[in-house]
Design a protein around this ligand. Structure first.
Ligand SMILES: NC(=O)c1ccc[n+]([C@@H]2O[C@H](COP(=O)([O-])OP(=O)(O)OC[C@H]3O[C@@H](n4cnc5c(N)ncnc54)[C@H](OP(=O)(O)O)[C@@H]3O)[C@@H](O)[C@H]2O)c1
Length: 174
């Protein structure tokens, strides 16, 4: 049986930002999409969600209830945290943690962001596929999706659009 994949699924502005400097996603929610823009289809393919502590804090500040209650959810932090009801905090070395996780049986693993955690994952070549939902907006500044790092070659697996959004699905070339 092949290892399960770690997949980045994230929305980005055309100029490569995932939030404004003030952590606003208003620019994203104001785009006219189609249905849920492929979200539930993707959500079905994963049983585990990974995110950085700042993304977790953003969700806790904005969501009425934690949105990924039916998935195994890990939040990466370098601080000492008590586990919360819906998530486990991870301080371990990301490489050994992810390699163990990939060997467990199950569906794929969703890397939900943000940019800082993604940067560490890309440096360590832990991401297998990237699905970017591109919003038709130039933010000019903000929290970058990608930071400086290694060159990564990709293969385009699929492209489709949801009204104003374009979804680009890439596989990392090994
Ligand atoms: N557009 C979208 O679809 C989308 C998706 C996700 C997030 N976002 C937005 O992105 C913003 C957050 O992104 P961000 O890049 O600022 O932060 P982030 O990656 O979500 O979180 C950064 C934090 O994660 C922890 N961390 C990072 N690398 C680590 C590592 N190698 N090992 C252990 N812990 C590590 C650290 O937590 P500690 O400081 O606790 O040590 C760090 O401060 C928010 O505004 C959120 O709304 C947008």
């Amino acid at each position: 049986m092949s290892e399960r994949k770690l997949v980045l699924f994230i929305a980005t502005s055309l100029d490569g930002y995932i939030a404004t400097k003030e952590d606003s996603l208003d620019w994203l929610y104001s785009v006219e999409g189609e249905g849920d823009n492929g979200y539930s289809e993707f959500y079905e393919t994963v049983d585990t969600v990974l995110m950085g502590k700042r993304t977790y804090d953003w969700i806790m500040d904005h969501a009425e209830q934690f949105p990924y209650q039916n998935k195994m959810c890990y939040v990466f932090t370098r601080s000492e945290m008590k586990n919360a009801e819906d998530v486990q905090f991870v301080r371990n070395d990301i490489v050994s943690f992810i390699n163990k996780l990939k060997l467990q049986e199950g569906k794929d693993i969703w890397m939900a962001g943000g940019g800082e955690l993604l940067s560490a994952f890309m440096q360590e070549q832990l991401v297998d596929e990237l699905i970017l939902t591109v919003a038709p907006v130039l933010l000019g500044s903000g929290i970058p999706l990608f930071k400086e790092g290694n060159q990564t070659k990709l293969t385009l697996k699929r492209k489709r659009s949801f009204n104003q959004f374009v979804e680009l699905h890439y596989e990392v070339r090994v």
